[in-house]
Design a protein around this ligand. Sequence first.
Ligand code: SF4
Length: 366
Amino acid sequence: MKYLDEFRDPDLALRLIDSIRNTASRRWPIMEVCGGQTHSLLRHGIDAALHDAVELIHGPGCPVCVTNMAVIDQAIRLASRPDVVLCCFGDMMRVPGSTTSLAAARAAGAKVRAVYSPLDAVLLAEKHPDRNVVMFAVGFETTAPATALAVLHAARRNLTNFSLLVAHVRVQPAMEAILDAPDNRVAAFLAAGHVCTVVGYASYDALCRRYHVPVVVTGFEPVDLLLGLQACVQQLESGQAYVDNCYGRSAQRDGNSQALNVIDEVYEACDSEWRGVGLVRNGGLRLKPQWRRFDAALLEPVAELTVLDAGPCRAGDVLCGRLKPPDCEAFGSRCTPDAPLGTPMVSSEGACAAYYRHQPELPRHV
Ligand code: SF4
């Protein structure tokens, strides 16, 4: 299949591995920002193949993992109201709030519906004018255009029973927060190719200059990832730090103007409390004042309280790259995909789930 097969070529992958290992004079700590990249790196054994040349630090790029627990509680309260149907993407269902999840709330009678598109929620609102239909708007800049478009459609149809519970997060401010941390070890980033497809990568120029850190836009196939790591290692070895694009078949420097226009029409940046990470300056999106009538907080205000993950879960350390999942005491024993203690084990993009799924030989703590 064009655009896939050539990026899964095993001979090319082996040549790239040799090249990276021959180029690296030391083991470089490089963060892959996105959880999808983490899964692909582990699934294809790239972490092991490059063990001597690259230390992969897994980033916080899993929107399900970083959605604030207080917002999940708010979603559950909304879904439990008799007048509300709460729509969400399927991967939010099992994410634990402070006491329960949307899936458990649905089993107990709450009206929660998984949708493939936010526009499905708009159609549902049009069909059921007696119900308030709330779309749980979660995700990075990749999903924000679709939820913004849902608001514009609802406005055009004069719907007063459609709203958004907005929990969108923005990638670049989180990367800057990681670099600002006193214990930061990240020497270079593999930037998330799908996010850059929407927002472009021009804004990384300033980040590279300010922190002297290479940023390489990278896709998700094994050759994509190896090309990205090769570009990072070459820059690090030569003391350079600039933005490079190894995902040219999808990401362009200025992004997708139509998607950016829709985001810009509906949303504005705001500070955001990321689960496990803390406050990220400009790390979230909120509705602009002219669209606040579509804010589900008008139905059910969000609680001020930010509840932390309880018990042994060290999701915050995993999401900030301070801890590898197998080093968590609960990994594979008290915490598994069937009985997860924290979001990185729940989410299909979570780092803990990646290790559990793709490295079954790892010892499980008892
Ligand atoms: S293995 Fe489970 S308990 Fe440990 S950090 Fe990951 S999600 Fe939390």
